[in-house]
Design a binder for this molecule. Sequence first.
Ligand code: UD1
Length: 418
Amino acid sequence: MKERFLVTGGARLQGSVRVDGAKNSVLKLMAAALLAEGTTTLNNCPEILDVPLMKDVLEGLGCTVAIDGQTVTIDTPAELSSHADFDAVRQFRASVCVLGPLTARCGEAIVALPGGDAIGSRPLDMHQSGLEKLGATTHIEHGAVVARAEKLVGADIKLDFPSVGATENILTAAVMAEGSTTLDNAAREPEIIDLCNMLNSMGAKISGAGTSTLVIEGVDHLEPTTHTVVGDRIVAGTWAYAAAVTQGDIVVGGIQPRYLHLALEKLKSAGAEVETYDLGFRVRMDHRPRAVDYQTLPFPGFPTDLQPMAIGISAIANGTSVITENVFESRFRFVDEMLRLGADANVDGHHVVIHGKEQLSSTDVWASDIRAGAGLVLAGLVSDGVTTVHDVHHIDRGYPHFVEKLNSLGAAVERVQE
Ligand code: UD1
C-alpha cells in the first residue's frame, strides 16, 4: 500500500533525538557475515526497509536470519549458494555487496544487477576490475554480474575514484586471498572503517582503515563475531539541517561529530551555533540562514547524500548559493520537486544556482530516492500550509521512525495511505 506524508509547515523543531546504526553500514556488515560459518550478531541496526530486504538476499544464499528490534542475527552455513537472484536483489543497490564475500567463500558469485535509487547510472566497472586484479574473471551475463576464481591472490590495486561499493567488495574478497593486497585511493567513509573493524574482529588483518591506502594480509579462515553498527551520519546530518532550516534547536546523539565535520562547518557558516560532544552535537539557529556554497565529494568532503538538505536550506537562505554535485550525475532530479515548492533554482550541468526565498509554497511533491524524500520533508517544514510528499517508501528505506521522531521534535507530520 502506497503512503504519503502530510507535512504542515511553520514548526520550529526543538528537542533531542538519537540516531541508530547506519543504513550504509549495516547492509555491508550483513553481507560480510557470509565470510564466516556460524552465528554473527549485529547490534544497533536501524529498523528500516532495507534490512529485511537484505535478510531475503542472505536467506536466498542459504543463511538463516533473525531480526529482533535492533539486533540482527545471521547463521551462515558451511555451504552457500553463489547465486543471488533478481527478485531478491533488484530492489536495492546495496545488495551488490554480496559479490566480494561470495567470490571469497564459494569461488563464484552470480549477482543480479541491482536496482536502487534513481540518482545516476552506477556502473560496476571498478568492482569488476578490482576482483580481476585478485585473480577472478568477471563478466555481465543475463542481467547478472558473474565473478569466478579458483583462488584469489593478493594484488596491488588502485581505484580510479574512491568508490564506496568497490572498496567494500574488494576488501571482502581480499581478506581471504592468498598473500597481501594494497588498495590505493580507497574510500575513507566511516562505514568503511566500520566494515574493517568488524572484519578485523572476525580475524582479518586489515590496516589503514579511514585512510586512502588499505593493506590487507589474507587469512585462511574467519570466525563469526558480535558487532555494533556505527551511527548513521546521514540521518544525523538530516537532523542538523532540520534544526537550521526551521530555526530550531536539536541535540543529536549516537554519532561521532567528526564524521559530519564539513556539514556542521557549513551550518556554522550559515549562522548556526554548533556544539559538539563525544557522541553527539547540538545545532541551534535563531535567524534566517545565510546562503553558503556546497560541493559534494567523497568523505571527508560534503556528502552527496546530504545534497538535498543543502538545497533545502539554500532555498530559504538569505542570498545566493551554488551547489555542485560531483558524485552522482542525476541527483538534481530532486530540484524539479523543489521548483514545485516555489524554490528559485537553476540547474546548469552539475551545478545548481539557488536564490533563497523567505518561504516556500506548499504543494504535492514526489520522493525519487531516500535522501531526496527527506529533503522534501525538510522543505515542507518551511513551506506555508500543508505539503504532501508522495512515494514515501523511499524515505522508509533509510530513516527509521522518521515521522515519530519529527513529531517528537514539535513538527506536525502525518503518514496517510494513498
Ligand atoms: C554508496 C552509498 C550512497 C552514497 C555513495 C557515495 C550505499 C548503499 N550507498 O553508494 O548512499 O551516496 O556511496 O557516498 O552504501 N562508480 C563507477 N564505477 C564503479 C563504482 C562506482 O563509475 O564501479 C561511480 C558511481 O556511478 C558514482 C561514483 O562512482 O558516480 C560513486 O559511487 P560509489 O562511491 O561506488 O557509491 P555506492 O557505493 O554506489
